[in-house]
Design a protein around this ligand. Sequence first.
Ligand SMILES: Nc1nc2c(ncn2[C@@H]2O[C@H](COP(=O)(O)OP(=O)(O)OP(=O)(O)O)[C@@H](O)[C@H]2O)c(=O)[nH]1
Length: 351
Amino acid sequence: MESYKEPLRELARPYRKAVLKALLVLTIMGGALFAALNISTGSYVLAAVEMAMGAYAIFVFRAIRYTRHLERWIIAYAIPFFTAMMFAMITPRATSTVHAWVLLIPIISHLLMGRRLGLAVAVFYMSVAAIIFMFKHQGQADMMQALPITNIAVISLCILVFSHVYEVTREQSERQLLKIAQTDTLTGLANRARLSDIFEREQQRARRYNTPITILALDLDHFKAVNDRYGHETGDMALQHVARIFRECLRATDLPARLGGEEFGILLTNTNSQQGLEVAEKIRVAVASTPLHVNNDVIRLTLSGGVAEFGTDGDTLRDLVREADRRLYHAKDAGRNQIIPADNRHPGNVS
Ligand SMILES: Nc1nc2c(ncn2[C@@H]2O[C@H](COP(=O)(O)OP(=O)(O)OP(=O)(O)O)[C@@H](O)[C@H]2O)c(=O)[nH]1
C-alpha cells in the first residue's frame, strides 16, 4: 500500500485554502478598483464583469469557511476567473496591457489545483489567450513582428515551466516527508499513524462495498530474553527479520505496521476473520520455522497473536486493536506461539 494520495490532499488543503483566500481578497479589491476605472472611461460591460467577479468572490469567501469540498470551490472560482480574463481581452476597449494578466494563470492554477490539473488548465487558457492576442493584433505591424511575439511567448513559457517545476518539486518533497513521518525507521514497516490513515480510507470502502476487514495483533515471545542474551543490536536485527517475513507472507494490499516495541498490527482488507486467522497462522509458522542467523548464533523466534474483525469487534481502529490485543494476551497466557481467533474459542495450533 504505497499510495499517499489522500493524506497528501489533506496536507495541501490549508495551503490551497490560504492561496484561494488571498486570490479572493485581491479579486474583491481589484474588482472594485478596475470597475471604477472602467466606468470612468465608459467601459461599462467590463466594469459590470469586474463587479460581478468581486461579488462572486465575496460569496465564495463565505462558502469556503467550513467547506469539505474545497477542490470543487477552487474549480468553481478559478474557471470563471480565468474566463473573465479572456473576456476582458476580447472587449474592444481593453488595452493591450490586459494581456499581462495572463501571466498569472499558470501561477494561480498550479498553486490552487496542483501539478496535473493546474498544468492542463494553464495550457488551455494560455492557448486561448494566445489565439485572442493574434486575432486582436493581426493588423498591428509593430506587434506582429518576430521579436515582440517571441518575447511574450518565451516569458509565458518560462512562467508556466517554473510554476510547474515548483509544484512538482513541492509535491515530491511533501510525499517524501509524509513517507518518513509514517514509516518505522527500524523495520521500514508502516507506523501507527499510517495504519490509522489507511484504516480510515479502507473502512469507508468496506462500508460502501460491504467487504470485510481484519486486524491482527502480533507480538514476539520472550523478546526481552533475545535482547538480554544477544544484545540490543541483534534484537533490532530480529525485528527486521520478522518484518521481512511479514512482507513475504502478505499480499500487496495488506498493511503490516509496527505499533511499538516488539508489537505489530496488520490490516487485512477484503479478508474475514477466518481468512485472517489463516494469514496469522501462516506468519506464525513462518516465523517459528525461519530462525535468524547472526554470526554463529541461530536465534529461534516465535510470536503470539490475536484476530479482530471490523464490525463484529468494533468500528474504530482503537477498538479493533484493543480486541485483537486482548486475544493476543490470551495467547500469551495460554503458552505463547499461538493465535487466538476472532470468535475467541478455537486457538490455532501450538507447534
Ligand atoms: N532491540 C530492540 N528491543 C526493543 C525495541 N523496542 C522494545 N524492545 C524490547 O522488547 C522487550 C519487550 O519485553 P517484554 O515486554 O517483557 O516482552 P517479552 O520479553 O517479549 O515477553 P512476552 O511479550 O510476554 O512474550 C524489552 O526488552 C524492550 O527493551 C527495539 O526497537 N529494539
